[in-house]
Design a protein around this ligand. Structure first.
Ligand code: SF4
Length: 216
């Protein structure tokens, strides 16, 4: 006997039986072009929010995209979790804490296409400069020997169960979960972000010309 379910299909004239085979995953870009409007989410891990601001550099083109895009979880909407499945997820920033790992895995589970936006997400960027030193030295410099330490107050390195643990190194996103596309730059140009989103929304293969890539 087949392991697949058998479904009775009724129509006005006929009664037929069909096997429910496992669904072949639909290409996300094709699906996006067919459904008319796609869900998009974005998040910021460890970065400076400069890449998020590049989204706003799309200016009035953002408004034209809103006919085809519903923005769910983002710093614009301030929704903390992705409320329903998304076709596209944008990630700014590298991974520097347990909380970053959890957020990135949440995005991977809930987005068909996940995109690293900016140098921090693509290869670690500025935050990964701390990878050249032991974490203990970085914490010591930040909290104990800092020039902003208050005289007369015994400095401590924060260590509370409610605080997310800091990772030993700062990691690019693709070393934690699979990433589908990368938009380099610090930050990337708003034009580049628009090009990638416009390709996906219109069901085209993502094609970011070299001239739109930034490596500074
Ligand atoms: S890539 Fe540059 S602009 Fe983007 S979050 Fe990192 S430091 Fe900021």
């Amino acid at each position: 006997m087949s392991k697949h379910a058998v479904t009775k299909v009724n129509s006005a004239e006929n009664v037929a039986y069909s096997h429910d085979l496992p669904k072949t995953p639909v290409d996300a870009a094709f699906q996006a072009s067919q459904t008319g409007k796609i869900n998009v989410s974005m998040t910021a891990l460890v970065g400076c929010w400069g890449c998020t601001l590049s989204f706003l550099d799309m200016d009035e083109r953002l408004l034209t995209l809103l006919d085809k895009v519903t923005i769910l979880r983002s710093s614009l909407t301030d929704i903390k979790r992705i409320p329903e499945r998304c076709v596209v997820g944008f990630v700014e920033g590298g991974v520097a804490s347990e909380e970053n790992i959890e957020t990135l895995e949440h995005f991977r589970e809930n987005c068909d296409i996940l995109i690293s936006v900016g140098a921090c997400a693509v290869w670690g960027g500025v935050p990964s400069m701390r990878n050249m030193l032991p974490l203990s030295e970085c914490l010591e410099e930040a909290f104990v020997s800092s020039i902003t330490s208050v005289s007369g107050v015994i400095p401590i390195i924060p260590d509370h169960p409610d605080l997310p643990k800091v990772t030993t190194k700062v990691y690019p996103c693709h070393e934690v979960v699979k990433m589908d596309y990368f938009i380099p730059g610090c930050p990337p140009d708003g034009d580049a972000i628009f090009k990638v989103l416009d390709d996906l929304v219109n069901g085209r293969a993502v094609d970011l010309p070299t001239s739109m890539n930034r490596y500074d």
